[in-house]
Design a protein around this ligand. Structure first.
Ligand code: 3H9
Length: 696
């Protein structure tokens, strides 16, 4: 079947207004076709004497979503975006951008070349290039501060946020809102007003008032750098973005544009941006499951049940309340339920205090949460998520009950982070096809990742429903097969094994943490253990005093919560500071002595390579076993669930950057030195020999 491609532009005439409609599904990205469409459409509209003003509007679900990211890194194709923008900005007739959906990146930069902008209330505008390791390279860093002022522009550009139309109106970024669903008519009416009132052909580039005001406050830039130092650590793009806005303030428009162009060119060719663009597409690819067609029927999730109102259950519930889906939260004890709901309320109130939403919205969200002590109250839920602690017997009991209580067709999910989903599905229910893993990460209302675990008998519908609801609640989902730890924790375990081994060879926990922190992770494995608590799964009765962790727990050094763990902790000015601990050092030395081990110097290079290549090796095994569909899914899991620095793409992307041949050689080399050795993944070895890569 041939699908007719709609023409990229059409020009209609409504009285004396030309309506230039652009169309390039799915998101009207500004690829060559679209740039040509703008140039051509504008020429036609300019040349037609019957047209006195031009409305620029888009078909489909959105206004222009930005430059076509797939074109970056390839030879440029004419016309350039600049040429298309010049056609608009230099038009002899007023051009009005009519915005719906999202005007993002190059899309907003095109709108900024229009003389006026109108939008529907649901529209959003943003310059999200920073998330791709880039900067707005089509004049955005020069025009936005001219229209909204330097501070607001920095905020938008550095956060890459999608700003709602109402706020855009307040900032002057759009000139008027028109009723929802009436964009075309509203924009035409606005264009007529411009004509009848004889309003000028306003060019954003000519307005320097806000920049002149900012010249008296050069400290704005120092402040923004300082305030965001932690967030920007390791990323080159934010600094380049700041320098562009500084150039807007201090240089002429054309000089500013030249600075922007130069820095954009540098960024686009660099590994961090290549990695971030890869991550953008990897996230979208992860939603596609080869044997599950996109049109697979899904369950409409109108009501969700959650079992367990602890930290996880409460956090999970917030995700659904945030998007207006009612939740029944089930606990066994009233006190636990009250506590859980109180924590949720507190979280919402804290967000309200930070200005994220209003107190009215707090109440709206809380009203969507109903507590219950009866599992029977889950009978009419479309999706039930079990979030009790990790105990197979208890989970089986719960799923047995759910099987009896839940309506036919409901999706039954477990939030287990390690247990066998197949066992839960088959041993406890008569409907294993309805069972799926939905592994949220803590804090579940904040962390982006959702590992969707596909059991041997999970139906296409249950799987597709989990993926669809993940998108609805704003999660980044990746599918994992069933294995201990699934994708994320299994790789974490491989890294931990190396970290633990190195501590008994002579590296101190803080040496290892420092290397991984410097690599870009938020924290290393030992700091992470201290944060999570060292006593997870530990008991005094069964402790064999065989590991450092067991000995620390026996001394009641159970991590941050007891004020000591691998590290000593000191509170300075209300901030908890981790310090290398002599006690831990002593435990390590004792244990090494008992095992007849002699400490050696371990280089930073070895620490990094053993930790990271062990992850890559495990990733290759996961891929080989079919636990992950594709290498990029593994990267999606580690970037969104474990803080892997996105400017390094993910462990599998990173391995490709290093070269698989090198990774295999190093793994073998360290293996020999360690004695026991790595079992190098046959897939990894084969790919290295064949000169292949995982992600390119
Ligand atoms: C830029 O503009 C640089 C300029 O400043 C300078 C230039 C000189 N290009 O997300 P979805 C694909 S940088 C190519 O699932 P949604 C996407 O891969 C750009 N492809 O839809 C997917 O493909 P598939 C700045 C793109 O409704 C399909 O479209 N702009 C692009 O959930 C649907 O995407 C941005 O960073 C693109 N720009 O969300 C905005 N965008 O079907 C990036 C999307 O094969 N885009 N695709 O999987 C978005 O944030 C979201 O796509 C959007 C829609 C919110 C628009």
């Amino acid at each position: 079947m041939t699908v007719a491609t709609p023409p990229a532009h059409t020009l209609a005439i409504e009285g004396d207004i030309g309506v230039l409609t652009l169309s390039y599904p799915p998101v009207n990205a500004l690829s060559q076709v679209m740039r040509e469409a703008i140039v051509e459409g504008m020429r036609e509209a300019n040349a037609n004497p019957a047209i006195k003003a031009i409305v620029l509007i888009c078909d489909g679900r959105t206004f222009l979503a930005g430059a076509d990211i797939t074109e970056f890194g390839k030879p440029p194709k004419a016309p350039s975006l600049r040429e298309a923008q010049d056609q608009i900005e230099n038009a002899a007739k007023p051009v009005i951008a009519a915005i719906h959906g999202t005007a993002l990146g190059g899309g907003l930069e095109v709108a900024l070349c229009c003389h006026y902008r109108v939008a529907v209330p649901s529209a959003k505008c943003g310059l999200p290039e920073v998330h791709l390791g880039l900067l707005p390279g089509a004049g955005g860093t020069q025009r936005l501060p001219r229209i909204v002022g330097v501070e607001k522009a920095l905020d938008m550009i550095l956060n890459g946020s999608h700003v709602p139309a109402k706020k855009c109106l307040e900032m002057g970024l759009v000139d008027a809102l028109v009723p929802e669903g009436e964009l075309r008519a509203g924009a035409i009416a606005f264009a007529r007003t411009v004509l009848t009132e004889g309003r000028p052909l306003r060019k954003v580039r000519d307005n320097d008032d806000k920049l002149i005001a900012a010249r008296a406050h050069p400290e704005i830039f120092a402040k923004v750098r300082q305030a965001n130092a932690r967030k920007f650590r390791g990323f080159p793009a934010p600094e380049a973005n700041i320098q562009c806005v500084e150039a807007a303030v201090n240089l002429s428009f054309e000089e500013g544009l030249a600075t922007e162009r130069r820095l954009f060119t540098e960024l686009v060719a660099g590994t961090p941006s290549i990695a971030q663009r890869y991550a953008f597409f990897a996230e979208r690819k992860a939603t596609k499951i080869p044997d599950v067609p996109e049109d697979t029927p899904t369950v409409k999730v109108a009501k969700v049940g959650i079992i367990g109102a602890g930290t996880m259950g409460g956090g999970i519930a917030m995700n659904f309340a945030n998007v207006g889906i009612p939740v029944v939260l089930v606990e066994t004890q009233q006190a636990a339920l009250d506590r859980g709901l109180a924590v949720v309320r507190k979280n919402y109130e804290n967000s309200a205090k930070r200005g994220r939403f209003t107190t009215e919205q707090v109440e709206q969200r809380m009203a969507l949460l109903t507590g219950s002590l009866q599992m029977e109250d889950l009978a009419d839920c479309d999706l039930v998520i079990e979030a009790v602690f990790e105990n197979m017997a208890i989970k089986k009991e719960i799923f047995g009950k759910l099987d009896r209580i839940c309506k036919p067709g409901a999706v039954l999910a477990t939030n287990t982070s390690a247990l066998d989903v197949n066992e839960i599905a088959s041993a406890a229910t008569s409907r294993p096809e309805a069972v799926v893993g939905m592994h949220f990460f803590s804090p579940a209302n904040v962390m982006k990742l959702l590992e969707v675990v596909r059991g041997a008998r999970t139906s296409h519908t249950a799987l597709a429903t989990a993926m669809q609801i993940a998108k609805k609640i704003g999660k980044v989902a990746a599918v994992s097969g069933v294995c201990p730890g699934f994708i994320g924790n299994r790789i974490l375990a491989a890294r931990s094994a190396q970290a633990q081994a190195m501590v008994l060879e002579g590296a101190m926990p803080w040496d290892i943490d420092e290397v991984l922190y410097d690599f870009g992770l938020p924290m290393g494995p030992f700091a992470m253990s201290d944060l999570a608590g060292l006593d997870i799964g530990w008991s005094k009765e069964t402790s064999k005093s065989a590991t450092i962790r067991e000995r620390l727990c026996e001394m009641d050094r159970r991590g941050q919560k007891t004020g000591a763990g691998y590290y000593d902790y000191e509170v300075v000015d209300g901030t908890r500071i981790a310090k290398p601990s002599e006690v831990t050092r002593g435990i390590i030395r004792d244990l090494m002595g008992e095992q007849g081990k002699v400490a050696r110097e371990i280089s930073k290079e070895e620490i990094l390579e053993r930790c990271v290549y062990a992850m890559v090796n495990e990733g290759a095994k996961i891929l080989d076993e079919g636990i992950a569909i594709r290498a990029s899914d593994i990267d999606v899991v580690w970037v969104n669930g474990y803080g892997w620095p996105v400017y390094r793409g993910g462990p599998m992307f990173y391995a490709d950057t290093v070269g698989l041949k090198t990774v295999v050689e190093k793994l073998k080399g360290y293996g020999e030195r360690m004695g026991a050795g790595f079992s190098v993944s046959p897939l990894l070895e084969r790919m290295a020999v064949e000169g292949k890569s995982f992600t390119r």
